[in-house]
Design a protein around this ligand. Structure first.
Ligand code: TTP
Ligand code: MG
Length: 395
């Protein structure tokens, strides 16, 4: 790790900061009697639904995100089951991002508890230690920080270091540390791709790095090069602080074609919630909303609508998207659905990670509740399951 430090010299560094068992840790922090115990957050009053997350104590019983709550109850009947409080988690999230802001203006928000931070060459590790300490001392939470020179390696470094530690994975360590590991460690590689690779005799990241590109092309087409590059630790994606983004999007390819309109709407709800959240944390509003739809025969369309006024509200984003879907849905099945927002304005917006006024927080809560009432809690849980298969299951 130290040998090649000098060579790295002028290469900027990137941190990936990811809170440990985020929702569950907030619960344990705020309720001392939950500390040291298996805590499961998720589900609904009726006891159905899926696990959003659980404490590391609960993970020992085999419980994990996206697992049906009923199954979690079977695995650990004595666990503490909580429905969770998104308003509180969002406000803690803003406090965490406010800590990050003290270290760098270059922040790419990935999710409610995860962000990439751009650092000057040679400063990543020291900043990581400071951030780890500040989050612990000021917010009583534990964050894992991955440090490297690109997003991919920082992300892997943090996954390998979890929980509550700082991990590094420098490019020169890739052959020794990364190559012996199995494919699941590569972010973004889902179970279907892993199986495909296993079938052609590729079981480790090193084998993927060394495989003939032609062979990979046969199975992965245009993605082959990207796949092999990631196995070699190469990642040229720039850091994208929200303010510079021209558009934000989410899309989901289905491993099996979907013929169920309700499931498509469920995915759109989830995408609208996520994009709405990203807009709000960045103090942005979007005037244009577009959907991308791929039909059974692989033909793909995008359809856009311009709103009367820019918005950062989940409900309007969802309703616009659902309207576009209804108008252009054609015949089932569908292979992909995506949602994109663009044409941003900042107007009277908050600065990055300023606290939302209480009224605004309440309004958001009402919107979420309305969505749930209108479309049913189950539909939202279903969306989560479609969007987030257990852990790194994105395909
Ligand atoms: P993650 O960072 O994926 O998970 P985590 O913070 O609970 O655990 P760790 O990072 O230590 O592995 O997700 C952050 C939060 O997002 C999580 O606390 C709850 C929420 N979430 C869901 O609601 N559904 C999900 O399927 C996942 C994975 C997370
Ligand atoms: Mg986390």
């Amino acid at each position: 790790m130290t040998a090649a430090r000098g060579c790295r010299g002028s290469v900027p560094e990137i941190l990936l900061c990811d809170l440990d068992a985020f929702f569950a840790s907030v619960e344990q922090r705020d309720c001392p009697e939950y500390r040291g115990k298996p805590v499961v957050v998720g589900g609904s009053l009726s006891g159905r639904g899926v696990v959003s997350t659980c404490s590391y104590e609960a993970r020992k019983f085999g419980i994990h995100s996206a697992m049906p709550v009923e199954r979690a109850r079977q695995l650990c009947p004595g666990a503490i089951f909580l429905r969770g409080d998104m308003g509180r988690y969002r406000s803690v999230s803003r406090q965490i991002f406010a800590v990050y802001e003290r270290f760098t203006p270059e922040i790419e928000v990935v999710s409610i508890d995860e962000a990439y931070l751009g650092m000057v060459a040679g400063e990543g590790l020291a900043a990581a230690a400071e951030i780890h300490r500040a989050v612990r001392e000021e917010l009583s939470l534990s964050v894992t920080v991955g440090v490297s020179v690109n997003k991919l390696l920082s992300k892997i470094a943090s996954e390998l270091a979890k929980p509550d530690r700082i991990g590094t994975l420098w490019p020169e360590e890739v052959p020794g540390l990364l190559w012996p590991l199995t494919l699941e460690v590569l972010p973004g590689l889902g179970p279907v791709s892993v199986q495909k690779l296993n079938r052609i005799g590729i079981g480790t990241i090193g084998q993927l790095a060394a495989a003939p590109l032609e062979l990979l092309r046969k199975y992965f087409g245009k993605s082959a090069l990207l796949l092999q590059r990631s196995a070699r630790g190469i990642d040229n994606r720039p850091l994208e602080p929200l303010r510079q983004a021209k558009s934000l999007s989410e899309e989901r390819t289905f491993s099996n074609d979907l013929a169920d309109e309700e499931a498509i709407r469920a995915v759109l709800i989830s995408q609208a919630e996520s994009l709405g959240y990203r807009l709000r944390t960045g103090g942005l509003r979007a005037r244009k909303v577009a959907i991308k739809l791929r039909y059974g025969d692989f033909s793909t369309i995008t359809r856009e609508q311009t709103l009367a006024a820019p918005t950062d509200g989940d409900l309007l984003l969802y309703e616009t998207a659902a309207g576009l879907f209804a108008a252009h849905k054609g015949r089932p099945p569908w292979r992909l659905i995506g949602l994109r927002v663009s044409d941003f304005s900042t107007g009277e917006q908050l600065t990055l990670f300023d606290a939302l006024p209480e009224e605004k927080e309440k309004e958001l809560q009402r919107t979420r509740d309305r969505l749930r009432e209108k479309y049913g809690g189950a539909v939202l849980y279903r969306a989560r399951r479609l969007l987030k298969p257990p852990r790194r299951g994105e395909e």
